[in-house]
Design a protein around this ligand. Structure first.
Ligand SMILES: *[C@@H]1O[C@H](CO)[C@@H](O)[C@H](O)[C@H]1NC(C)=O
Length: 116
């Protein structure tokens, strides 16, 4: 199956948002989950990677004060605690095991500055 459309999530500036990524229930514990961010016109930037049930460490540029991750058997979640404008972009979750990698993308749109 080909997912032709990337789902769009829109939040207001400063709001919290959780991006989710389904993980195959058949996958082994050896599976790695990678999360990447892609800004308009840019390449992929690694946010974090983790193996199931191991706490991820975030890459520079994605401070633990604004980002958190949680996962269980079925999904991996990336939460942005307070969105800022530069968070807008496509977030890719890649789920990799020995034989294949599965990619899933979400476009995060940040709506203008209503509060100021
Ligand atoms: C991931 O997020 C979804 C939707 O917000 C939630 O239902 C689920 O419990 C979360 N899972 C984990 C492991 O945090």
């Amino acid at each position: 199956m080909v997912n032709a459309l990337v789902p769009v999530i829109t939040v207001r500036l400063g709001e919290r948002v959780t991006l989710t990524c389904a993980v195959s229930e058949k996958s082994q514990s050896i599976t790695w989950i990678h999360w990447y961010k892609q800004s308009a016109g840019g390449t992929l930037n690694l946010i974090f990677m983790h193996q199931k049930s191991i706490n991820p460490s975030f890459e520079p540029g994605f401070p633990a004060s604004r980002f958190s991750a949680s996962s269980d058997e079925k999904m991996s979640n990336l939460t942005i605690l307070r969105t800022v404008e530069r968070d807008e972009g496509i977030y890719h979750c890649a789920h990799m095991d020995w034989t294949k990698s599965t990619w899933y993308g979400t476009y995060l749109s940040i709506k203008g500055n209503y509060k100021i």
